[in-house]
Design a protein around this ligand. Structure first.
Ligand SMILES: Cc1ncc(COP(=O)(O)O)c(C=O)c1O
Length: 449
């Protein structure tokens, strides 16, 4: 790394203690709440995605695109719970639908019809969706999709890609955030466990490089007959919200067809790309799609949509039945919140939101011109990457200066703007022009100091 680049990153790092002192002085109540949390939650947390140094901000209220924290500060939200809420917080239409359902029962050991309605909405807009099942998280949905693919093909091996996060199921917790020294060869990455305590891999999960069409085709030509499923994000979230070359997803489709393997798109986040999800945008139709986040309108959800031939394995009486119980599957509160949200997100709303986000990404690129900061993202989502490398895959993504990113994120929070600690963000239909202007001004300020 050249000295100029180091100098750029170190000028913010020199302000570390000032930024942290300011944060502490703005958030004494959050500090207090965190001290209380530490007494009963390990390290003070019950969710990894909210970890922040020196401690997390506690939020007590949210409406539209604004949060109020425990210290009474108003903060503009650019996270929307990891892209879950395209309409922002407490949208009146969602609140009304949910309130009506609260009065009609929240948790019932019967069908309600609300699950049929959300499934119908999903089938109308997602090309791969002939049948849908609901779960309570994206992780559960990934687990069922894999079980279905294994049940359908009678094979065991799952292919996933280096740097892709697909939730917490053991079989996908491999090579998500593997550090540079453990990556192995670029064509055949090492399979690096993401956590202690995982079930031994024993070749059940194979890791290949993201966005490498030829590597995938060659590997599948030799090994495809063992492969139950290729699980791929049509937009890679952890890598930096990047879209692969069209040839990569086309190769995934062709090789799965040739090998008789199931192609699964993980659109837990990528569904936010537009009305028909990522698959409409990339022009490749998978056999199954995993959904989550935004289809629950702010409530816990997972969804698996796909070809009836595969999905019907869950049908009662199927001779090779794949079971899928779950106390809260299809719970009516989530179902009405999800349906109301999806119906409000018309094709025009998606297009408008995406155009606003594209303008924001472009303005950020202009501000960062000549600096070692890359702006990536698609649809309503964006990420600022502290690196001078173009980001295409995990090996590019691991070059980011994480310390710079998390300090910049804390500095933004001091200025009343919330992105993740890795400078990921998205906008909702509630985000205003004043708020995006404030974000641009804050970034201009951060790079000047
Ligand atoms: C692409 C992707 N797949 C799966 C998941 C898991 O979803 P959940 O956190 O609802 O279990 C996530 C969560 O961030 C995700 O980003």
């Amino acid at each position: 790394m050249s000295d100029g680049i180091n100098d750029f990153y170190s000028s913010l790092k020199k302000r570390k203690s000032h930024i942290e002192t300011e944060y502490r002085s703005l958030t004494p109540v959050s500090f207090q709440r965190f001290e209380e949390a530490k007494k009963v939650l390990p390290g003070g947390y019950t969710r990894d995605a909210v970890i922040r140094h020196p401690y997390p901000n506690f939020v007590t209220a949210a409406a539209g695109s604004e949060l109020v924290d425990a210290d009474g500060r108003r903060i503009v939200d650019f996270c929307f719970n990891a892209t879950s809420m395209p309409l922002g917080h407490s949208d009146p239409r969602v609140v009304e639908a949910v309130t009506r359902q609260l009065g009609a029962g929240t948790s019932l050991q019967t069908m309600t019809g609300r699950e049929t309605e959300l499934a119908t909405t999903i089938c109308q807009r997602l090309a791969s969706a002939e049948r849908v099942r609901f779960a309570n998280s994206g992780s559960e949905a990934v687990m069922l999709a894999i079980r279905l693919a294994r049940g359908f093909t009678g094979r065991d091996v799952i292919v996933k890609f280096e740097g892709s996060y697909h939730g917490t199921y053991d079989d996908v917790q491999w090579s998500v955030s593997a550090p540079p020294e453990r990556l192995g060869s670029p064509d055949r990455p090492a399979c690096v466990p993401e956590s202690a305590g995982l079930t031994a891999n024993n070749g059940r999960t194979v890791v290949l490089p993201y966005d490498a069409a030829d590597t995938l085709s060659n590997w599948m030509a030799d090994n495809g007959d063992q492969v139950a499923a290729v699980l791929v994000e049509p937009m890679a979230n952890r890598i930096g919200l990047v879209l692969p070359e069209p040839a990569f997803l086309q190769a995934a489709r062709q090789t799965c067809d040739a090998a008789g393997s199931v192609l699964i798109f993980d659109e837990v986040i990528a569904f936010r790309l537009g009305y028909g999800g990522a698959q409409a945008r990339v022009g490749v139709v998978p056999d199954m799609t995993v959904l989550g986040k935004s289809i629950g309108g702010g409530f816990p959800v997972g969804g698996i949509a796909g070809r009836s031939e595969i999905m019907d394995l869950t049908r009662p009486g199927h001779p090779d039945r794949v079971t899928h119980p779950g106390t809260f599957n299809g719970n009516p509160v989530t179902m009405v919140a999800g349906r109301t949200t999806l119906e409000a997100m018309t094709a025009e709303s998606h297009d408008r939101l995406n155009a606003t986000a594209e303008a924001l990404r472009q303005r950020l690129r202009d501000i960062f011109e000549g600096l070692p900061l890359q702006v990536t993202g698609a649809g309503p989502m964006f990420k600022v990457n502290a690196t001078s490398r173009d980001i295409r895959d995990h090996r590019d993504a691991v070059t980011v200066d994480k310390t710079w990113e998390s300090l910049a994120s804390l500095d933004l929070l001091n200025k009343g703007l919330m992105l993740t600690t890795t400078l990921r963000g998205c906008i909702s239909t509630a985000t205003t022009e004043d708020q995006t202007e404030a974000l641009l001004a804050a970034f201009s300020d951060i790079i000047r100091t």
